[in-house]
Design a protein around this ligand. Structure first.
Ligand code: T1G
Length: 701
């Protein structure tokens, strides 16, 4: 018997149990173990089989670490064929999340049962793939083409009861003993003479599909695919499930899966999957560093950010106390939260009852003396260093020993903030992204004296509130905002050189950005950058880098909130429209600065926007601000709308080739001036050695 798959006979039922932590992925050993167990069981005197797993979940998919390597026997299709053709009835018993190849394995069993808390799903699309083991053929046969497309093109898990309604699960079990309940269910099936129900034997009547359905679905998908191709291939597979035999449909699925698994997009998305999980690990933290228990949290400041952060904790069931300077400000802060929850309820994404439960977890005070029992206090007041230091001095005095004091600052030096307390070891940065209750990124800022257990605690609580965490050392703008400066600068200078706002933004959006840089400025409010620039007195501001934005703010054009910024906005739809007045302003500014405008190619726009990100990322790595290139990718994927199909700025750089990045930066230095085009030494070094950032990550792991 294999080390990861066991077999035991319980009464007249053979129980095949997979035990391969952490998620029972379908590694070669697991595939071999299941196949051997099913084959051997054909000849023993059991009357039915149960396939289940130990640990946290049923099989959570193919083993992604095996992709890109030579395939090892037995293949997953071989295992699934053995299950489906078993002479004995096979029941899949599901707990946790049966995902991808895991759920496809369950679909090849004759019956599926699950505990109520279980979920099933086909998330391959999130890896730039499609279900490659029959999922695109079996789910439509059970649930119909549209339900199958909705499930597989989104990739989200489906709860057991909903899956049961869809016919994907036959029995939702009660009780906590999965094995006992599954064995009893299998015995009932045997006693009732239940047939060997094979999903492949179900056919779909093509006439049941409206003419043009698949093309219409494809077109609707194209709008949200942001250049990803997997969704389109999934439609083709489901179309084949309707119009072809099972084996022909499987052939289509295998062909399109092969196309995707070797695609740059899937390589990028698999990189992002592992980079996200690695970013949560702090390289130099001693193994077993303890964490502090976080039972209650204080949020200092009831503005947009403070309200969003408070919601993150309430959503995770953690009591929160909001602190404001007076009752009016406090009521306003609590009102922001109430309004946000109400909107979520109106959109049907939250029940009234759940909103009530969450609001009950949120209290307010204007008195720091009420903070004696909080385990974590997060400051989210104005980006003014003096105000922050004042707040931290009060927190230091009011909070119990061992309470963690965190700042949500976007730029300020957390070391200086820590100096305002007697407990610098308890001070850390927790940089949320607006809107804090929506954006998944949390930059955890490690100050010089931040204690190891504080970092371990913040990483853990960050995951608990649904954030993707990345560690940054202290520098101006930490990882994300520091890199963003070069991106924003070039967006602005491209205007002076002759590109229109629409040309800049649409080039970035065709690259895959959720929204172009100028449109983002209009969304966030041009006055925010304006105030930050005014406040930043330690640098000389080059008029070429933000004169347009400054002029717009001084004309009262703050962006969407004032109805106009770089663009005019339709009051009803908020759709952006080019504004000849802005284009004239740009021409005048360029003339004033003696810049001769010219046609700018899309490629130049893309390279001038994204190569500064890569270059600054290389400096950030070299300075030890970020632990890994993958961490920088995670920051941009989860905090700035960078397209996951490109893996993040550093993965993208490896795909372009560091030699080509350096050559292009040197070309810009020649044509645009050296002020902003100095290739980072690490970038030059790696390029000259023919290496990648991935090589650097391996050498510095
Ligand atoms: N393969 C290999 N390792 C995996 C893995 C997988 N499928 N899933 C998770 N891990 C590792 C992960 O890297 C981490 O490692 C540890 O397990 C815990 O993961 C043929 C082709 C199951 C919901 O896409 O969604 O099947 O950092 O931190 O938060 O059609 O893991 O500890 O060393 O995420 O509790 C399809 C991916 C694959 C599911 C658990 N399946 N996994 O979440 O733990 S393609 C997926 C998840 C496929 C077939 C196709 C989540 C989870 P380490 P974790 P978690």
């Amino acid at each position: 018997m294999s080390s990861v798959v066991s077999y035991e006979v319980v009464k007249n039922i053979g129980v095949i149990k997979v035990d391969s932590p952490p998620v029972n992925a379908l590694s070669q050993a697991v595939r071999e173990g299941i196949l051997t167990a099913v084959q051997n069981a054909q000849n023993d005197d059991t009357e039915a089989l149960v396939l289940m797993c130990e640990g946290r979940t049923f099989i959570a998919g193919a083993d992604i670490t095996e992709f890109g390597k030579p395939p090892k026997e037995p293949s997953l299709p071989d295992v699934l064929t053995a299950l489906e053709n078993s002479s004995k009835l096979v029941v899949a018993a599901i707990h946790g999340t049966a995902l991808g190849g895991g759920f496809e394995t369950a679909l090849c069993c004759h019956y599926r049962c699950a505990i109520a808390s279980a979920k099933v799903g086909l998330p391959e699309v999130k890896l730039g793939l499609l279900p490659g083991a029959g999922g695109t053929q079996r789910v439509p046969r059970i649930a119909g083409a549209k339900a199958a497309l909705d499930m597989i093109t989104k990739g989200d898990p489906v709860a057991a009861n909903k899956a049961s309604d869809m016919g994907l699960i036959d029995e939702v079990l009660s009780g906590d003993d999965l094995q006992a309940a599954a064995v009893a269910y299998a015995q009932d099936l045997v006693e009732s003479g239940a047939p060997l129900k094979r999903v492949r034997d179900i056919t779909i009547d093509p006439a049941s599909i409206e003419p043009g359905f698949f093309d219409g679905y494809r077109k609707a998908l194209a709008k949200r695919a942001r250049g990803q191709i997997a969704q389109d291939r999934i439609v083709s597979c489901v179309e084949a499930a309707v119009n072809k035999s099972m084996d022909d449909g499987l052939a289509v699925e295998r062909e399109l899966f092969t196309e995707l698994v070797t695609s740059p997009q899937s390589r990028a998305m698999r990189h992002a999957f592992f980079a996200e999980r690695e970013a949560a690990k702090i390289k130099d933290l001693p193994k077993g560093t303890p964490v502090r228990e976080i039972k209650k949290v204080a949020i200092i400041g009831g503005g947009t950010m403070g309200g969003g952060i408070a919601m993150c904790f309430a959503n995770a069931g953690i009591p929160v106390v909001m602190v404001e300077i007076n009752d009016e400000a406090l009521e306003r802060g609590l009102g922001i939260i109430r309004k946000n929850y109400t909107i979520t309820v109106q959109k049907g994404r939250l029940s009234e009852q759940d909103m009530g439960k969450r609001m009950e977890l949120i209290s307010g005070t204007t008195d720091y003396a009420d903070l004696g029992d909080v385990d974590l206090a997060i400051e989210a007041v104005f980006e003014n260093p003096d105000i922050k230091k004042e707040v931290f001095a009060k927190l230091d005095a009011a909070c119990k020993p061992g309470a963690i004091l965190a700042s949500n600052t976007s730029y300020q030096d957390v070391n200086l903030i820590a100096e305002a307390t007697k407990r610098p070891q308890d001070v850390v940065g927790m940089h949320f992204f607006s809107p804090a209750n929506v954006m998944k990124l949390l930059e955890v800022v490690r100050a010089d004296k931040t204690a190891d257990d504080v970092l371990a605690t913040v990483m853990q609580i960050g995951k608990k509130i649904g954030k993707v965490c990345a560690l940054s050392r202290v520098c101006y703008g930490f990882i994300g905002n520091r890199m963003l400066q070069g991106y924003g600068r070039q967006a602005h200078m491209l205007l002076l050189d002759g590109a229109t706002p629409e040309q800049v933004d649409s080039a970035a959006e065709e690259f895959g950005m959720a929204m172009g840089p100028l449109a983002v400025g209009d969304l966030a409010g041009l006055d925010i950058g304006y105030k930050a620039r005014q406040a930043r007195t330690d640098v000389e501001h080059d008029p070429k880098t933000h004169c347009i934005a400054t002029a717009l703010v001084e004309m009262g054009r703050m962006g969407q909130k004032s109805g106009a910024g770089y663009y005019k906005y339709d009051a009803a739809t908020r759709a952006r429209q080019n504004d000849p007045e802005v284009e004239a302003l740009i021409r005048d500014k360029a003339k004033e600065l003696g810049i001769e405008q010219r046609e700018i190619s899309k490629q130049e726009i893309v390279d001038r926007l994204f190569f500064p990100l890569i270059n600054e990322g290389a400096l950030i790595l070299e300075e030890g601000i970020a632990q890994r290139p993958g961490d920088i990718d995670v920051v941009y994927l989860y905090g700035y709308g960078f397209p996951v199909a490109k893996g993040g700025p550093m993965f993208y750089a490896d795909e372009v080739g560091l030699k080509n990045v350096v050559a292009r930066i040197n070309e810009f230095a020649r044509t645009l001036g050296e002020d902003y085009w100095q290739p980072a030494p690490l970038l030059v070094k790696l390029a000259s050695e023919g290496k990648t950032f991935a090589d650097w990550a391996k050498e510095n792991s």
